[in-house]
Design a protein around this ligand. Structure first.
Ligand SMILES: [Zn+2]
Ligand SMILES: [Zn+2]
Length: 70
């Protein structure tokens, strides 16, 4: 697998869209893995502080509505 941005061998994959990334082109950004409701109905998020990010895709901070699926 080659990097999405160049022809270097990929070292990782974007956590958000799955594009392959070499060491040069991988960026990091916090990622919310899961949101759940904890004690006293407080929403809690499981966050990874340095997930791999390709720099191209646009991860949404919240789940987006997709009415066209229905
Ligand atoms: Zn690259
Ligand atoms: Zn991406």
């Amino acid at each position: 697998m080659k990097c999405f941005h160049c022809d270097e061998p990929a070292r990782g994959v974007c956590s958000f869209c799955g594009r392959a990334l070499c060491k040069e082109h991988m960026k990091k950004m916090p990622a919310i893995l899961t949101i759940y409701v904890g004690e006293a109905n407080t929403p809690k998020a499981v966050v990874v502080s340095d997930a791999l990010f390709c720099g191209v895709c646009k991860p949404q901070p919240e789940p987006i509505e997709m009415p066209e699926i229905y």
